[in-house]
Design a protein around this ligand. Structure first.
Ligand code: ZN
Length: 157
């Protein structure tokens, strides 16, 4: 058998025994967990500089894709948070996501914003997962939010 033939045979074998190989590998990984972990650690220790350089390079090369992925995740999380708070304006039931905003029910937005300029990803996640414990929030459309702001100032003046 030539090397080429061996390679072809191996490929064919792997293709036709995929499930069996997968089970065998899983069993091996479970039985040798610590040895595998130690080996990985040793490789990392030995090649640390190379591995970190690869990471830096990956981030440099894929900067735009990474940023787009993060942005998409943030948009999805914001949508989830909005849906958790009713998914529409609490005043007029307007529901176009593009004009929906988070509003501090008790008008404590400015003190909240001193800490962070807007709702953070962490806060979106907490809202979406139902464990947000900051100032009480509601969803308002941009119009209702502005109107509420105007009315608040009128009361204060
Ligand atoms: Zn509204």
């Amino acid at each position: 058998m030539t090397d080429k033939e061996k390679l072809a045979y191996n490929r064919k074998y792997q293709k036709s025994h995929r499930a069996e190989i997968s089970i065998r590998n899983k069993r091996y990984r479970l039985a040798n967990r610590e040895a595998i972990s130690a080996s990985k650690k040793a490789i990392y220790k030995r090649d640390r500089k190379k591995i970190l350089a690869q990471k830096v390079k990956y981030h440099r090369v894929n900067k735009k894709a990474i940023a787009a992925r993060k942005r998409a995740a943030r948009v999805a999380l914001r949508l989830e948070a909005i849906n958790c708070l009713g998914g529409k304006c609490a005043q007029c039931e307007f529901s176009d996501i593009r004009a929906l905003q988070f509003d501090h029910v008790n008008g404590d937005g400015s003190s909240h914003r001193k800490r962070s300029p807007s709702i953070t990803t962490t806060e979106y996640r907490a809202i979406a997962e139902g464990r947000y414990d900051g100032p009480v929030l509601q969803v308002l459309c941009a119009n209702c939010n502005w109107i509420k702001r105007e009315e608040l100032y009128e009361v204060k003046d």
